[in-house]
Every structure is written in structure tokens, then in C-alpha cells.
Design a protein around this ligand. Structure first.
Ligand code: PSV
Ligand code: MN
Length: 397
């Protein structure tokens, strides 16, 4: 190995050591589209099963020690469920990750939750946020990750400005309740379920609400929550520059919020996002960014798709870490466009998997986690145990 080779090897190993990604409990459950669900026998239907699946993914990949929880789906009795979740953490060796309040399912939220014109409903939504913060404290989970479905469908039917004020007030009250180590992450999305205006529609609005809420609030970037032509890495660069980037929900998309497997449509975009993070870190910025997956696998096997996603994230993170940052900065400074682009693209085309294999081998992990999952028979076993539940249910939501 030459000196240059060994420097790259060290960089690869360092990058892999630093990378962890959170997986979502809802990625293991039966989900679907608004047209129907295709039930899978191996799908998890209890929180215990979700923890079991998460442990399987973590045992195979070694980089997913935390499981994101959705309050209504995973802790339907709120704080009262926290001790049982703690017990599952111990049993399965997986910790609770971000706590996701649910302000989009209850009937009273038809016209909004924290932005509802009714003070009573806003109060109810605020109480759910405060309860979620307490759940986070009880579980020792750091991030409370808020996505609001609030918005309206028709022009003139709501006061967008009043709703800004209501949301500012609510998020500040939430922030006041955070423990010193907790964070409030604010996720944006341009449309769906609201189709005229959404109360937190883009990163600028999310950053405003986060700043207004307080010092422990940050923006969460869900890669599926942008218009098709959006330059997401530029959004990331801005949030890094302004110290407002708190985390990611990774997934891929072709049209809208499709929740497809990360990198299945545009792996180059994920690479470009990771490059922004690596280059910011190399330039001395302190990064405090939670990497999370937000995917629901409708047709693919859920556990298999999760392992595939984690491995893809590692590969793309690693490829981006292998860019020669100093050389790239020199080429950028000299406006040597083609050389800069070739260096950048070259890293994307490089097969970084041998580094990943070596890293896995050294840590006693399966070199190919997908193959190992198949060989383990885990999916078949749980499918049998969990039984084939209700056949595909067709409904128009
Ligand atoms: C909304 O589309 C979202 O991205 C939010 O993060 C929710 O918590 C999640 O999806 C639910 O699947
Ligand atoms: Mn999301």
C-alpha cells in the first residue's frame, strides 16, 4: 500500500466509524398508499416486533442502534407506555431514538393542529407536544421531531399570517419544556396532505420557527419534501452555514414524497448532500446532525429494504468522504471547472465497497448484510410466527 493509499484507507475507516443512522419503527409495519395496503406476513404489528426487527438490522449492519418512535403508533398510552419501551430497549439492545409526535391523525385536526383556528384544539395539540417531550425525557431520547400536516386546501379559507403567530407561540412553549440535552427538530414539507398552503412549507419557514422557538431547535430535512427541481444540497449548505441543521429523514423519490429506498432513484444527490456535510466538517464546522431513515416499504420486504437502505447510506457517505477536499478546494479556487467536476464525479463512480467490507470484517459484522439476512431465515421465521394477517385491504382514505 502506498502512502496515498493508506491515507485514503484511514479516511475511509474514520468515516465509517463515525456513521450511524436511525431507523423508523413505522418502516417495519404494514403501510400502504391511500388506495390500499398490501399486507406482509413478516410485518411488525406490535412495538415489541418493531424492536425485534430493529435489533436484527442493527446486528447485521452494526450502525443502527436507535429506533425512531411515533407516539400514537408506538406509545398509544403516552408516558404510561415508557417503562415497557425501556424494557424492550434492554431486551433487544436497541435504544429509543427520536420521538415523533402525531398531530395529523385525530379527527379534531381536520383544520389543523397547532395552527387550528380553534384555541381549544391548538391547546390539545400543544398538550400532545408537551407529552411527547416528557416521553423523550423518560426514554432518554434526545430529539423530539415534529412534522405538521397543517395547512389549507383552498385560497381564502384560512389566515396564513394568523397561523404563523399561533405556531410561533406554541413552539416557544414547547421549547421552554425541553431538558438541557433535548432538541426540537422542525420538519418542513411543501404539500400533502394540504394542497393549497402548508404551514411549514420549506426550510426557510422551518428555520424561522426554530430560531423563534429557541436555541435548542433545529431544522430537519426530509429528502422527499422538496419540489422536483430543488437543489437539496444547497439547502443543506445554507442550514450548515447558519448552524440550523439538526437532522435528516432520508428516502428517495421520483415525483413527490414517494418514500422510496434511499439512492434507488438518484444516488448522486445523496452523495452531493453528504459531500456538503463532509466538507463543512473538514473546514472546522461543528456538526450535530441526526441521520435518520423515513421510509415505508409498501412492496419490498420491510426488513430487507431497511438493510439495503442502511448499506446504501453507508456506501454513499463513504464515497463522499473519499473526495480529496484539499485538491477540490484548490481547483474551485482556480475555477478549473472540468478538473473540479471530474474529481467530484470520480469519487461518486469509485467503488468504495471494498473499504466497507474490510470495515465490517474487522468488526465481526457480515460482509454482505443482505445475504446474511437471507441466510439467517429471520424473515421466514417471523413471517410464520406473526402469521399471515388480513389480506390486502382496499380503502379510499
Ligand atoms: C411526513 O410525510 C413524514 O415525512 C413525517 O416525518 C412523518 O412523521 C412521517 O412521514 C410519517 O411516515
Ligand atoms: Mn419525514
Amino acid at each position: 500500500m502506498t502512502l496515498a493509499d493508506s491515507a485514503i484507507y484511514d479516511r475511509a475507516i474514520q468515516a465509517l466509524d463515525a456513521f450511524q443512522i436511525e431507523i423508523p419503527s413505522w418502516g417495519f409495519a404494514n403501510t400502504g398508499t391511500r388506495f390500499g395496503k398490501f399486507a406482509q406476513a413478516a410485518a411488525a404489528s406490535t412495538i415489541e416486533e418493531k424492536f425485534a426487527d430493529a435489533a436484527e438490522v442493527n446486528n447485521l449492519t452494526g450502525v443502527t442502534p436507535t429506533l425512531a418512535l411515533h407516539v400514537l403508533w408506538d406509545l398509544p398510552n403516552g408516558l404510561d407506555d415508557a417503562p415497557a419501551v425501556k424494557e424492550l430497549e434492554r431486551r433487544f439492545g436497541v435504544r429509543s431514538g427520536s420521538i415523533n409526535p402525531n398531530l395529523f391523525q385525530d379527527q379534531e385536526y381536520k383544520y389543523g393542529s397547532l395552527c387550528n383556528p380553534s384555541a381549544e384544539i391548538r391547546g390539545q395539540a400543544l398538550q400532545h407536544m408537551l407529552d411527547s417531550i416528557e416521553i423523550g425525557k423518560a426514554l432518554g431520547a434526545r430529539d423530539v421531531s415534529l412534522w405538521l400536516a397543517d395547512g389549507s386546501n383552498y385560497p381564502g379559507t384560512q389566515s396564513m399570517r394568523k397561523r404563523i403567530g399561533w405556531l410561533e407561540d406554541a413552539l416557544r412553549l414547547c421549547h421552554d419544556r425541553l431538558a438541557a440535552e433535548q432538541r426540537l427538530l422542525i420538519e418542513y414539507k411543501p404539500f400533502e396532505p394540504a394542497f393549497y398552503h402548508t404551514d411549514i412549507a420549506d426550510w426557510g419557514m422551518a428555520a424561522h420557527f426554530a430560531r423563534h422557538a429557541g436555541a435548542q431547535a433545529r431544522v430537519l430535512v426530509d429528502t422527499g419534501h422538496h419540489y422536483a427541481a430543488q437543489n437539496i444540497e444547497q439547502v443543506v449548505a445554507w442550514l450548515l452555514h447558519t448552524g440550523m441543521l439538526g437532522g435528516f429523514h432520508f428516502n428517495d423519490r421520483r415525483y413527490a414524497d414517494d418514500d422510496l429506498t434511499l439512492g434507488s432513484i438518484d444516488p448522486y444527490q445523496v452523495f452531493r448532500i453528504f459531500h456538503e456535510l463532509h466538507s463543512a466538517a473538514a473546514e472546522g464546522l461543528t456538526l450535530d446532525v441526526a441521520y435518520m431513515i423515513d421510509q415505508s416499504h409498501n412492496l419490498k420486504g420491510k426488513i430487507e429494504a431497511m438493510v439495503q437502505t442502511v448499506a446504501t447510506a453507508q456506501e454513499l457517505y463513504l464515497k463522499a468522504a473519499l473526495i480529496d477536499g484539499e485538491e477540490l478546494a484548490r481547483l474551485q479556487q482556480n475555477c478549473d471547472l472540468v478538473a473540479a467536476e471530474e474529481l467530484f464525479r470520480g469519487a461518486f463512480w469509485r467503488d468504495a465497497r471494498p473499504f466497507l467490507h474490510t470495515w465490517r470484517q474487522a468488526r465481526g459484522l457480515p460482509v454482505n448484510p443482505l445475504e446474511a439476512l437471507r441466510a439467517s431465515g429471520y424473515v421466514e421465521r417471523v413471517a410464520q410466527e406473526r402469521g399471515s394477517r388480513s389480506a390486502a385491504v382496499s380503502s379510499y382514505a
